[in-house]
Design a protein around this ligand. Structure first.
Ligand SMILES: [Zn+2]
Ligand SMILES: [Zn+2]
Length: 333
């Protein structure tokens, strides 16, 4: 079957002879229709995060149709459209048993410590292949997983419609936080140097940064540590700073900053199984997270899709099948 494989950092080939996945008794085989690209995938492509092996199949934000069902699986049938939840916690450790499956130390991370989904077919544990209604666009389905990440950060933050919110960054995560906050009735302020990304945030209902202060919430989505300090300086005493972007760099904050200003620092990592995913998918038709997508490529164009993804405004996705739903409202690259 066809698959996009990372050969060396910076080079992805689309090959024709990748081995077919085996369907275990608890798995389904998903015939892939599309895969969204996000910062993690780009970091693997660029060699900033190392894949466990090469050649390596990247990609984790996938959707498609069930093509085969394992012998022990109930309630799944061939032809169902599914979105893949690409983090498989063990569901047995202390973190999993307390509900914080996102902290599971045994977590299987598709595309990072387990093979990714940029292939014509993949095997997925049935509990992590969520069926969704028909009629959603490819862009909405390709954005379902990152939308779940953004929505989970907003859920964990405790933000309400009365809060004044600043979002740092309008990459895909920033835009999806913006979309989630707007749905709650918040009109967030967005700080973003890239004019096209800022324009996209404004289209989603955000206000461009005009230097105002007194934010009760700051959402850091860029992973760009130098952007944090000036944003925190503009937060109100007692504000909550929600950290979503990842970086190995030290935070530019002192204990004095946090204690005297009584800040709450809230890290948010992906989502917890299964509630966050099922709740996010249930509202996909209203939320329409595909609004953050700008560019679509074919599997054969994987190299081009990855090479430019970091510079493009809006999210990039790769369509794999040839289904009608891909002739949707997406503006091409
Ligand atoms: Zn992602
Ligand atoms: Zn666990």
């Amino acid at each position: 079957m066809k698959s996009a494989v990372l050969i060396t950092p910076g080079r992805i080939d689309t090959v024709e002879d990748w081995p077919e996945p085996a369907c275990g008794p608890h798995d389904v085989i998903v015939e892939m229709d599309g895969v969204g690209l996000c910062g993690t995938d780009i970091a693997v492509f660029q060699g900033k995060r190392l894949s466990p092996a090469t050649p390596w199949v990247p990609g984790h934000e996938g959707f498609g149709r069930i093509a085969a069902v394992g012998s022990s699986v109930r309630g799944r049938s061939v032809g169902q459209t599914v979105v893949i939840e690409p983090n498989y916690p063990c569901l047995k450790c202390t973190d999993c048993l307390t509900g914080l499956t996102s902290a599971c130390p045994h977590r299987v991370i598709v595309g990072l410590n387990a093979p990714g989904v940029l292939a014509e077919r993949v095997a997925v544990p049935a509990h992590f292949a969520h069926s969704v209604p028909d009629g959603l666009s490819g862009a909405d389905l390709a954005s379902a997983e990152p939308y779940t990440v953004a929505r989970s950060a907003v859920r964990r933050s405790g933000v309400t419609a009365a809060d004044r919110c600043l979002i740092i960054g309008a990459g895909a995560q920033g835009l999806l936080v913006c979309l989630t906050l707007t749905r709650l009735g918040v009109r967030p302020v967005v700080t973003e140097p890239h004019p096209l990304r800022l324009a996209q945030a404004q289209q989603l209902g955000a206000v461009a940064d005009d230097g105002r202060t007194g934010f009760t919430y700051v959402f850091e989505t860029s992973g760009h540590v130098p952007a944090l300090r000036p944003a925190v300086d503009r937060a109100a005493p007692g504000a909550t700073v929600v950290l979503i972007g990842l970086s190995p760099a030290q935070l530019p904050l002192t204990l004095d900053d946090v204690v005297r200003r009584q800040l709450v620092l809230r890290g948010s990592m992906i989502y917890d199984h299964p509630g966050d995913f099922t709740e996010a998918l249930a509202e996909l038709g209203q939320a329409r997270p595909g609004a953050v997508v700008q560019s679509r490529y074919s599997l054969e164009e994987a190299q081009q899709a990855f090479a430019g993804a970091a510079e493009r405004a809006g999210k990039t996705w790769i369509s794999i099948g040839s289904r009608d739903r891909q002739a949707d409202t997406i503006r091409h690259a």
